[in-house]
Design a protein around this ligand. Structure first.
Ligand SMILES: Nc1ncnc2c1ncn2[C@@H]1O[C@H](COP(=O)(O)OP(=O)(O)OP(=O)(O)O)[C@@H](O)[C@H]1O
Ligand SMILES: [Mg+2]
Length: 405
């Protein structure tokens, strides 16, 4: 893997023109409108704690949407018990201590004392019967996505959960890469000032001259001015950095502030089959912009005790945006992430998520594996970093589900 010429702390523009900072004038001359991103081998330039330790932001009422009472919907498709990672792939440290541990007994100390195992309905017994997926429902046969002879108009999906560290960014990168692998043209929008999506694709956010912030706030800036091509064919990125945090405040004074993202994406809808927006962990104005632009919302939920806390407020916000700003908005699905089937706790949480959301829960469940943090360091999706790993397989299955919905 080629090392990037602009590592963290390296001053000045890089020597390779293909990887030159967007600020370099020759870049614009060579590649009008589009720049090549070296998506591989770029060490993250933000400290990892900045990317992963974002505390859940208390749900602040957005200027456009006040909180109210919630309801919960339901519907769904296929999961997988994917093949094990092939030998010889990168990332030989492919199992954490937890992954190597023997299956946890039903009396696991990780199970909350107040939740007896008998509370799992028999119908939701996890993976007991043949053909039953981890969500306790029969796994449907998902069709292999048919090739397309033309692209667009894009279906816009917001990856949204105001709880931090639940797998929004990881799912955006890997679902996007899996969709691109299936022949779809995909645009990823980094809508989080943390810039983790950009870092996860090998982009140095500190080197960016123009980002989603400029696209939102400056007239005359187009998607092409900000767009970066990744190493995955068909996968493009609108990168972001800390500048975007200013937009949250500045947009308040704009006319039609909630429709800003929708407006700037409109010209490229016909170029893409899917646009995925990676939201920040809050329900502020940026997230309301994402929900206003989107056709569907995917809610990644970490399979742990507090998973459902705050989801009611998120559902309320989605409903308010649907009522007031975007009548097309749908709950696309709930994606269970960081699942560990060997713990009673994980299985109980997943069972409760399925109880609460029914068929809205994707059949595909993303297991907890150290490979995902590894891919962030590598700056590439798991589908290219470890193509035959469980994780890559799971996101390919998720891509099929999303395309089948
Ligand atoms: N399935 C998984 N197994 C193990 N680790 C994971 C998994 N998915 C994500 N992670 C790791 O968990 C951390 C948080 O993931 P991620 O950044 O995708 O969450 P997020 O919801 O986008 O966070 P934030 O709210 O801060 O934006 C990262 O270090 C990521 O590598
Ligand atoms: Mg994130």
């Amino acid at each position: 893997m080629v090392k990037s010429t602009f590592e963290a702390g390296t001053p000045g523009p890089p020597s390779d023109p293909a990887r030159r900072s967007p600020s370099a004038p020759a870049d614009a001359a060579r590649l009008p409108g589009k720049r090549v991103v070296r998506a591989r081998g770029v060490a993250p330039v933000l400290p990892l704690r900045d990317l992963t330790a974002a505390a859940p932001v208390p749900a602040a009422p957005s200027p456009g949407v006040e909180p109210a009472a919630a309801t919960v919907p339901g519907k769904a498709l296929g999961s997988s018990t994917p093949p094990s990672a092939g030998p010889g792939e990168r990332g030989d440290v492919r199992t954490s201590g937890a992954e190597q541990a023997a299956p946890t007994s039903p009396t696991s100390p990780t199970a909350p004392a107040a939740r007896p195992s008998g509370t799992i309905p028999a119908s939701l017994a996890i993976g007991e019967a043949e053909g039953v997926g981890p969500t306790g429902r029969p796994r449907p046969e998902l069709p292999t996505p048919a090739p397309l002879d033309r692209h667009g108009p894009a279906r816009i999906l917001a990856m949204c959960n105001q709880k931090g560290g639940v797998g929004k960014t990881t799912s955006t990168i890997n679902l996007g890469a899996a969709l691109a692998e299936a022949g779809r043209t995909v645009l990823l929008v980094d809508f989080d000032p943390q810039g983790a999506l950009s870092v996860g694709l090998g982009v140095n956010p500190l080197q960016l001259e123009q980002t989603v912030y400029n696209l939102l706030m400056e007239r005359g800036i187009t998607v092409q001015d900000v767009l970066l091509k990744t190493d995955v064919p068909g996968l493009d990125l609108l990168p972001s950095n800390i500048d975007l945090s200013a937009a949250e405040v500045q947009l308040v004074n704009e006319v039609a502030r909630e429709q800003t993202l929708q407006r700037v994406l409109a010209p490229v809808l016909d170029d893409y089959d899917v646009i995925l927006i990676d939201c920040q962990p809050s329900l502020g104005l940026l997230t309301v912009n994402a929900l206003t632009a989107a056709h569907g919302v995917i809610i990644p939920l970490e399979c742990e005790f507090f998973a459902l806390r705050g989801v009611a407020l998120l559902i309320q916000t989605i409903e308010k945006v649907r009522e007031r700003l975007n009548p097309h908005l749908e709950l696309e699905g709930i994606l269970a992430t960081m699942y560990d089937s060997r713990t009673l706790h994980g299985r109980e949480v997943l069972a409760r998520v399925v109880e609460a959301f029914g068929d809205k829960v994707f059949h595909t469940v993303i297991n907890r594996t150290i490979r995902f943090p590894e891919t962030t360091v590598a700056g590439e999706p798991i589908t290219t970093y470890a193509p035959s790993s469980h994780g890559a397989h799971a996101y390919r299955e998720l891509a099929k589900e999303v395309l089948a919905r």
